[in-house]
Design a protein around this ligand. Structure first.
Ligand code: AP5
Length: 230
């Protein structure tokens, strides 16, 4: 199965992708993670992307299209993939359709997580993660048991926050979503691929809604929630 998880920043795309990876053996293709990898490596893509990401703006379509076109041809995509953060514009949606067809692939569903904007700001501005293992925490909803120590890998002093997770950048990211990403919804409605879930529900409930859409047994994989993008 190949699916897109579509939703604004903080909607829970990364969280649910990790559930699905563990449960269904699909692979998460997070363009945000890929770009952060390039930024960390300081390579040409990273240099192009860094300033835009820091401002909460989208990186140019051609960079993302090349990246995904290359990625979906890797052998680990054969069991199915979850696109998390791609496509985000109409040109990206059109390019994806063409590249899937060229590789004999297709989409099974485009799952939209619907979340209130106010909840998004709160979710994102409180988020932090362990730089060593990727475990995810939240200032209010999910604090580590011991301050500054990861519950899962035990490492101390490794917590970090994304540079675009501040309230003002979240606002810019939400605007980008509304102006550039929401217009792709009719594209997928027209292809009868769009499904909607209530992203305001508890994480397990969101997971079960997605599993139901995918025709899978609900429940299980309670540990998946701890992981997020590193
Ligand atoms: P990216 O990394 O894709 O960020 P994003 O879309 O802004 O999404 P997030 O990772 O912030 O949120 P999420 O939906 O994964 O939520 P999460 O599960 O973490 O992109 C970053 C940047 O890269 C972009 O701004 C852009 O510059 C660039 N970029 C990437 N792709 C691009 C593209 N295709 N084109 C152009 N530019 C691109 O959850 C958030 C928090 O909420 C967590 O703390 C979690 O624990 C909590 N949470 C999750 N679900 C629930 C729930 N149901 N109830 C309560 N809390 C919950």
């Amino acid at each position: 199965m190949n699916i897109i998880l579509l939703g604004p920043p903080g909607a829970g795309k990364g969280t649910q992708s990790k559930f699905l990876e563990e449960r269904l053996g699909m692979i998460q293709l997070s363009t945000g993670d890929m770009l952060r990898g390039h930024v960390a490596a300081g390579d040409a893509i990273g240099q192009k992307a860094k300033a835009l990401m820091d401002q909460g703006k989208l990186v140019p379509d051609e960079v993302l299209i090349d990246m995904i076109s290359e990625r979906i041809r890797q052998p680990d995509c054969a069991n199915g993939f979850i696109l998390d953060g791609f496509p985000r514009t109409e040109p990206q949606a059109e390019a994806l359709e063409k590249m899937l067809a060229a590789n004999g692939m297709a989409l099974d569903a485009v799952i939209r997580l619907k979340v209130d904007p106010q909840a998004l700001v709160e979710r994102i501005s409180g988020r932090f993660s362990c730089g060593a293992c990727g475990a995810s925490y939240h200032d209010k909803f999910n604090q580590p048991k011991k301050p500054d120590t990861c519950d899962y890998c035990g490492k101390t002093g490794s917590f970090k926050r994304r540079s675009d997770d501040t309230a003002d950048k979240v606002q810019t990211r939400l605007e980008a979503y509304e102006q550039q990403t929401l217009p792709i919804i009719p594209f997928y409605e027209a292809r009868s691929l769009l499904k909607e879930v209530d992203g305001m529900a508890e994480m397990d409930v969101v997971r079960d809604q997605i599993l139901a859409i995918l025709g899978q047994k609900q429940g299980g994989v309670a540990e998946g929630r701890r992981f997020l993008s590193v």
